[in-house]
Design a protein around this ligand. Structure first.
Ligand SMILES: N[C@@H](CCC(=O)N[C@@H](CS)C(=O)NCC(=O)O)C(=O)O
Ligand SMILES: [Fe+2]
Length: 381
């Protein structure tokens, strides 16, 4: 194998997870695959050390055993997240379909839907390397007993997709529990004991399914925290008082209701509602922009006078009667702005905690809320 085209492999010993960093040597654009929250400093350090600009964070699946650092990485680097479409990670900017190709510099990485460990799981092919997630492990394969996993689907993914790759392809799995680091398609075809029996004969699909259904593994320790967090790019939902509202609307008397930053982000991505950033232009320039939000000032600086053309700007930008979500800095100004929009005939929602969260409300919670501090996409000026 040409070493120039090997990824950098990192290991998280707590979850036995491999994270991969690949880059284009000329443009310095980089991709990171399956990053782990507790290893954020390591990964940011590596980007700095190699002089890289992170373009994409890719996930092979919504992990059950660790929390991703995807949201934190986009906040730190401005990268975009790409996740398999059937993993339902709704806030990810790029929803990968089978066969989709992402480019970084002059390099290409292709997504292949390899269902089985989870229904949405994918593998990624880059040059002579395949990142197999938990579809194919070294000498093994991922379990198929949660997250709509299927032993039948896994067998087909391995036989019909992964084992059709050239034998010399290097296999880089998402986990190894025995100290191994990489393998090859040729080696796995011959020696993987999940797919071959003790005589070295290929198992039938029925025999494989029987084997998988008899594994009886204990549940991953973190599954109940990890999966919900990973469906939101690793944003932890234990931060504050509004957490019970993460996915729910709290109705309000004078506008449609209060919603979390996460729900607002989801509605923005799905096109359900328009995000209106009502902070002053000066605040946005100083503090950070929310990509794809409409910027209409409510109070103008200096002096905090109400923008006299708020109504006209809103009407010009958003069709009458549609749904709007109001975002300010701490979640206070967005309430009268929501009331105003509602009175103009919109269905208006107030985003709790705003862009930065309410600094006073944070102290006793020990963690900041708000759009930015919950790791949702934003850009510094
Ligand atoms: N003891 C680990 C279990 C990890 C686990 O179940 N890993 C999954 C991948 S997310 C798997 O497929 N493992 C394969 C196996 O253990 O055979 C934990 O609690 O996190
Ligand atoms: Fe997994």
């Amino acid at each position: 194998m040409n070493e120039t085209y090997s990824p950098i492999q990192f290991f998280d010993p707590t979850s036995s997870t491999f994270t991969y960093l690949l880059f284009d040597a000329v443009s310095r654009e980089a991709v990171i695959i399956d990053p782990v929250d507790s290893q954020l400093a390591r990964d940011l350090g590596a980007l700095k050390q190699y002089g890289l600009r992170l373009k994409y964070v890719m996930e092979t699946h919504a992990h059950a055993d660790h929390i991703t650092s995807a949201a934190a990485l986009i906040e730190h680097t401005g990268a975009m997240v790409a996740t398999p479409i059937f993993c339902n990670v709704t806030p990810a900017a790029i929803q990968l379909n089978d066969g989709d190709v992402l480019t970084f510099g002059s390099e290409k990485i292709e997504a292949m839907h390899t269902a089985g460990h989870t229904a949405g799981s994918m593998s990624f092919v880059w040059r002579d390397n395949v990142f197999t997630g938990d579809t194919l492990l070294i000498g093994g394969c991922g379990r198929t007993d949660f997250q709509s996993g299927s032993a039948e689907a896994l067998y087909d993914s391995v036989m019909l997709i992964l084992f059709k790759l050239p034998d010399h392809t290097t296999v880089w799995p998402a986990h190894d529990y025995k100290g191994q680091t990489k393998s090859s398609i040729g080696y796995e075809k011959k020696h993987n004991q999940r797919f071959n029996d003790e005589h070295g004969e290929r198992r039938s699909k029925a025999a494989f399914v029987e084997l998988m259904n008899a594994l009886n593994l204990p549940k991953p320790r973190l599954i109940d925290q990890a999966v919900p967090a990973n469906l939101f790019l690793g944003v932890h939902h234990d931060a504050g008082a509004n957490d019970e509202l993460t996915y729910a609307v709290r109705p309000a008397a004078s506008y449609a209701g209060d919603i979390s930053a996460e729900l607002a982000h989801q509605w923005m991505l799905s096109g359900r509602a328009t995000l209106v950033d009502i902070r002053s232009h000066a605040e946005r320039a100083w503090v950070g922009f929310v990509p794809d939000a409409l910027g209409i000032e409510w109070k103008m600086w200096p002096g905090m006078v109400t923008n006299p053309s708020f109504d006209a700007e809103l009407k010009a930008a958003v069709p009458a009667g549609s749904q709007v979500m109001m975002l300010c800095r701490s979640g206070v100004r967005s309430i009268p702005a929501s009331e105003r929009a509602q009175s103009l005939g919109y269905t208006a929602y107030n985003i709790l905690e705003g862009f930065e969260g309410d600094p006073d409300g944070q102290a006793h919670r020990g963690k900041k809320g708000g759009w930015r501090f919950r790791g949702l996409p934003w850009r510094q000026n």
